[in-house]
Ligand binder design. Structure first.
Ligand SMILES: C[S@@+](CC[C@H](N)C(=O)[O-])C[C@H]1O[C@@H](n2cnc3c(N)ncnc32)[C@H](O)[C@@H]1O
Length: 267
């Protein structure tokens, strides 16, 4: 009973730390409210004056993003989960994943080196449109976590189920709402939030480019695991629904489409 209670507390603490890192991410990427953001050092100074400063900033930022990418992808693989199950109870596996990801994100926010060289600057309607798309991205990402299972994704459900003494159910496959339009709405939301900005700087561009590359690679691994888990169901879903870019026109199922006419066929 005590160990189950401790696991539950651990899951709640991990979730609170995730919430802090997520809220900080909003301010960090959008340059709102937070003391240090993607474009602004804590003392508001701009400290990439020399080429050496610039190289250090690029290397440090790439290392921070790589650390997040490696942890986030390695710990998500079924082989890693099987190995860690030898010493980590199933009920706190996801919370540990969430906790480590959130701590690495906080480290990234803390150690990030702004590179404020402007890449594009907009004003007026264009700027407001980009701000709107940026917030729409965050909204899509957050809402989509609830469409599959927010509390499962962040480890709380597993800890609650174990606390009640029930068996933790396996992963379920869902395709509600936005999952009918694209297969990865959470990642689509992140991409919109990272790219849609009225003032793009070199540092922000590095962040958006590196994260886009990471998302595109990570989704290959995620889909490989989903196919291994759900087989034909996921294969058919992949065939039906685009990965990240919604289709403007719905594609009719193959059996509803007309076969191509042969040259001399009667009309
Ligand atoms: C951070 S979430 C991202 C989900 C998805 N890639 C997206 O961008 O919306 C990753 C977890 O969601 C799970 N997942 C992805 N698609 C799912 C679906 N349609 N139903 C249930 N779980 C899904 C993956 O197995 C993985 O554990």
């Amino acid at each position: 009973m005590i160990s189950r209670l401790l696991i539950l507390l651990y899951a709640i603490v991990s979730y609170v730390i995730f919430t802090v890192s997520f809220l900080y991410a909003l301010g960090f990427v959008g340059n709102y409210v937070v003391p240090k953001s993607i474009d602004m050092s804590i003392d508001k100074s701009i400290d990439v004056g020399s080429p050496t400063d610039l190289s250090v900033a690029v290397v440090v930022n790439l290392l921070l993003m790589s650390l997040f990418a490696i942890q986030h992808s390695v710990m998500a693989r079924p082989a890693f989960k099987r190995w860690s199950a030898k010493f980590l109870p199933l009920a706190c596996q996801r919370s540990t994943y969430v906790l480590l990801s959130s701590l690495i994100l906080l480290l990234l926010f803390w150690q990030w080196r702004p590179i404020p060289t402007p890449v594009w600057q907009t004003s007026g309607i264009a700027a407001w449109l980009l701000i709107g798309v940026h917030w729409l991205g965050w909204l899509i990402a957050f809402a989509s976590t609830h469409m599959i299972d927010h509390f499962d994704l962040f480890g709380l459900r597993q800890a609650f189920v174990a606390f009640r003494g029930s068996e933790i159910p396996g992963q379920s496959f869902r395709t509600p709402l936005l999952y009918k339009i694209v297969r990865h709405p959470i990642m689509l939301g992140f991409l919109l939030a990272f790219w849609a900005t009225p003032e793009m700087t070199a540092g922000h561009l590095l962040f958006a480019l590196a994260n886009t590359a990471y998302i595109l690679i990570a989704l290959q691994f995620e889909e490989r695991d989903l196919i291994a888990e759900f087989g034909m169901t996921y294969q058919q879903y992949r065939h039906r629904v685009p990965m990240l870019v919604p289709r403007l026109f719905t594609r009719r199922p193959a059996d509803e489409r007309q076969p191509p006419r042969s040259a001399g066929a009667p009309r």
